[in-house]
Structures are given as structure tokens and as C-alpha cells.
Design a protein around this ligand. Structure first.
Ligand SMILES: NC(=O)c1ccc[n+]([C@@H]2O[C@H](COP(=O)([O-])OP(=O)(O)OC[C@H]3O[C@@H](n4cnc5c(N)ncnc54)[C@H](OP(=O)(O)O)[C@@H]3O)[C@@H](O)[C@H]2O)c1
Length: 420
């Protein structure tokens, strides 16, 4: 069809229905150039596609944030390649949404080895409960990859949120939970056989570049969602480098070099639920503006699938399973860190010690709270049992009384009858 039409135009000129503006070659050129430019720009903002492939069959992948946004795509792509995926989510496995989600994921990827474990990253207690259960296994369980996709973001203009344990939410979910989780899982990682290429993937965000220094705590007066988010990501990166050193320093019983590597990934700005919450300021008005200007975010932001590409590259690129760990991947290639303090050992030591202290203090306080709560519950239970017992005795006494009265009545009736 286009070829005969082209020849017909060459022979007879443009047909009558051809729009007027499209008859001017200069206008046609301008339109084509603009469309081409927009296409190239869109391709640029969509980012690079990962070409890395790896046989994932039988590999055990633990992933946080694997039920939405970029993490959901990563979990699906790895499951489709045969990996055993363990989703760490704050929902209990019995939750109907989660059960449906896993059922659909299993059907879509044709992989039954997808499970969920309940871990609320906003709670140190929950992280400890899961991680200690995981390592409490002999021989150590297989673990090929940990992908730390979960993150939270307080929308701009909103107030500072604290977890039930009293820690600022973004610091807790984006950094401290990962510090705690990897700290407990460290023996399980170090115990993996030498021929296993183990990867710990930490998605970060370019906002870390503008983060305030980690030297001083972010006081409440200076706190803003943007600063706190960036600082939590910077802390994750500083810790990630220190964790790599901690792994490298371990002397394996077989004397072979460490086979676990930390890989940082900047996925780029993507249209995920987290990004939507940030753009809409978590408000209905924001959502309205977001929907009305959706074309702008469609144009400038990546789809979650494209956002997942650098993480998939970090998970599957064979070159990243060799040499030193602690590399940063952006647009599927290795790039340099934009801040020197990411690799600063003094900063890392201070952060590690402060995090350890905070966890110890919080866990002690929370343990005391749980003991008190248990005591209160036990007392309530005791009171309930005592009142039940008292009620039982009372009803027993009442029924005895009633029985005696009935007895008296029948004997009186009998007495009357014998008198007659
Ligand atoms: N999107 C971007 O533009 C962008 C840019 C740079 C970096 N990143 C990074 O890429 C990663 C993925 O981003 P995303 O935008 O895809 O994230 P997202 O859409 O906001 O999803 C975050 C995930 O974290 C989970 N999560 C939050 N709080 C949790 C908690 N207390 N316990 C357990 N899970 C919790 C959420 O679970 P529920 O759904 O169950 O709440 C959700 O699955 C993050 O680390 C983010 O910082 C993203």
C-alpha cells in the first residue's frame, strides 16, 4: 500500500485530501525533525536496556520491596528466569492481596518457587525475628542474592514520621533495617560455598549527592523530607562499602577469596508508587495535577520496567561477579561515586558504631516495653479468669439455692397432702 501510493504521488502529485500545511516541504521537515527529536529525547529519558543474562535456575533471591514499583519488576524478571524468589513484605503471607499477588506471579512466570516472608522494615524486632529464623538452620541455607529494593519517602511538606520504636521512618526503612538485616545475615552470606556468586544489591538514588554530611545527626529543626531521604541513601552507601570490607576481611575456612559482593544501583527516576507519592505530595490535589499532567511524567520518567534494568544488570552481568565488590551501576554501566565520603572509612566506622548503639538501645527499650505489655496482658488474663471463676461460683450457689427452694416447696406440698 505505501509503495503504490508513493509512486502515485510521484506520477500525479499529492492527492486533494492532503492537508494544506503538509504541502509545504519546510513545514513537513520541521514536523518530522520535532517528532524525531522528541523520540530521541524519550529514548534518552527511558534509559538503557540491560542485555545481561544469567542462568537463574535454583538460585535463591531474597528481595525487599518486591511487591511494587521497580522491585516488583525485578522479582518477576528473575522468577521468569527460574530463580527461587523470597519476597520480604510487611504483609502476613495469609493476606488475601499477597496470596493473590503470589498466585498471579507464579502463573505469569511459570515458577512455583515464589514465597513471602513477613518482615516489617519499620521494626527492628520484626527484622531480627525474620533474620534469626533464617540463619538458625544447619547446614546454612542457600542464598545467592539479596536485593534491597524497599524504601519509603515522606512526601515534601509533610511532617517527620517516627516508627513505633521511635526512629525516623526513612532512616529506619531505607537504611537501618538494611544494616540490621545484613548484620544478622552476615554469617549466612559468609558461609556460602566458594563457587557461588553471591550478590547484595542496594538500590540508591542520585539524591545522595546533595545529602547533608553523616557526621552530625539531622536535628529536628533542620529536618526536611528531601534531606532525610538523601541522607538515608548516603548512609546505605557508606554502610554498603563498609559491609563489603567486613565480608572481605573474613578468612574463609577454605582460604579462598570472598565470593559475596555488594553492588549499588542507581535505577534513575521512574514512575513508581513511591515516585507518585513524592510528586503528588501525598495529597488529592497533587494526584489531580499529576493525572492532568501525566504526559509530562510519562515523557521524562522511566517506566518501572526500564527503572529495573540497571538492577537486572547488577543481578545478572557476569563481569560483576568477578573482582572487587562495591561498584555503582547506572544505566547498566559502572560509574564513579559522586562523593568521596561514600568510601571514607572514618565516616563508615562512626556510622556503624552509632547504628549498633541505636539498635541496642532501641531493642532494649522495646524488649522492656514488650515485657510490660506481656505483664499487663497476663494480669488482664488473670483478672478475666478470676471473674469467670467468681461468676461460675455465683451461678453454682444460685443453682444450689434454687434447688433447695424447690426441695422446700415439694416437701411443703407433700406435708400438706399427708395432712389432708
Ligand atoms: N522510583 C524512582 O524514581 C527511584 C529513583 C531512585 C532510586 N529509587 C530506589 O529504587 C528502589 C525502588 O523504588 P520504587 O520507587 O520502586 O519504590 P516504591 O514504589 O516506593 O516501593 C517501595 C517498596 O518498599 C516496600 N516497603 C515500604 N515500607 C516497608 C516496610 N516498612 N516494610 C517492608 N516493605 C516496605 C513497599 O511495600 P508495600 O507496597 O507493601 O508498602 C514497596 O514494595 C528504592 O530503594 C528507591 O529508593 C527509586
Amino acid at each position: 500500500m505505501p509503495i503504490p501510493f508513493f509512486f502515485a504521488v510521484l506520477e500525479n502529485g499529492l492527492p486533494e485530501w492532503w492537508p494544506e500545511w503538509a504541502r509545504d516541504p519546510w513545514t513537513v521537515f520541521q514536523v518530522a525533525a520535532t517528532a524525531g527529536f522528541l523520540y530521541v529525547l524519550k529514548r534518552y529519558f527511558s534509559g538503557a536496556l540491560s542485555l545481561a543474562e544469567r542462568n537463574m535456575h535454583g538460585r535463591v533471591v531474597m528481595i525487599t520491596g518486591g511487591t511494587s514499583g521497580i522491585g516488583a519488576i525485578v522479582a518477576e524478571q528473575l522468577a521468569a528466569r527460574g530463580a527461587q524468589v523470597i519476597l520480604l513484605t510487611h504483609l502476613p503471607p495469609s493476606n488475601p492481596f499477597l496470596a493473590d499477588y503470589i498466585g498471579e506471579l507464579r502463573a505469569r512466570t511459570n515458577n512455583q518457587m515464589i514465597y513471602a516472608e513477613q518482615v516489617d522494615l519499620a521494626s527492628l524486632h520484626s527484622v531480627r525475628q525474620f533474620a534469626t529464623k533464617w540463619i538458625d538452620n544447619a547446614p546454612p541455607r542457600r542464598l545467592d542474592m539479596i536485593i534491597l529494593c524497599a524504601a519509603t519517602l515522606t512526601p515534601p511538606g509533610k511532617r517527620r514520621i517516627e516508627t513505633e520504636e521511635g526512629i525516623e521512618e526513612m532512616w529506619m526503612v531505607n537504611y537501618l533495617a538494611n544494616f540490621h538485616l545484613l548484620g544478622i545475615l552476615s554469617p549466612a552470606l559468609r558461609a556460602q560455598p566458594f563457587d557461588r556468586d553471591v550478590r547484595i544489591i542496594m538500590p540508591t538514588c542520585s539524591s545522595y549527592i546533595k545529602s547533608p554530611s553523616l557526621d552530625n545527626a539531622l536535628i529536628k529543626k533542620e529536618w526536611s523530607p528531601g534531606k532525610a531521604y538523601a541522607r538515608s541513601k548516603l548512609a546505605l552507601m557508606v554502610f554498603g562499602q563498609a559491609f563489603q570490607k567486613h565480608l572481605d576481611a573474613y578468612e574463609r575456612p577454605d582460604k579462598l577469596p570472598m565470593n559475596s559482593r555488594v553492588i549499588f544501583v542507581d535505577p534513575g527516576f521512574s514512575r513508581t508508587p513511591g515516585m507518585r507519592r513524592w510528586l503528588t505530595r501525598g495529597s488529592l490535589w497533587g494526584l489531580f495535577v499529576y493525572l492532568a499532567t501525566y504526559l509530562v511524567s510519562w515523557f521524562f520518567l522511566k517506566s518501572p520496567l526500564m527503572g529495573a534494568q540497571s538492577i537486572l544488570c547488577a543481578a545478572m552481568d557476569p563481569d560483576l561477579g568477578k573482582g572487587q565488590g562495591g561498584k555503582l551501576i547506572k544505566e547498566c554501566i559502572e560509574v564513579d561515586f559522586a562523593r568521596l565520603d561514600v568510601k571514607d572509612e572514618v565516616v563508615a566506622k562512626k556510622l556503624w558504631e552509632a547504628s549498633d548503639k541505636l539498635i541496642e538501645k532501641t531493642e532494649k527499650e522495646q524488649a522492656a516495653v514488650r515485657v510490660l505489655e506481656k505483664k499487663r496482658q497476663d494480669e488482664k488474663e488473670k483478672e478475666k479468669k478470676e471473674s469467670e471463676k467468681a461468676e461460675e461460683i455465683e451461678s453454682l450457689v444460685n443453682s444450689i439455692k434454687k434447688g433447695k427452694e424447690a426441695e422446700k416447696k415439694t416437701s411443703r406440698r407433700k406435708g400438706k397432702k399427708s395432712a389432708q
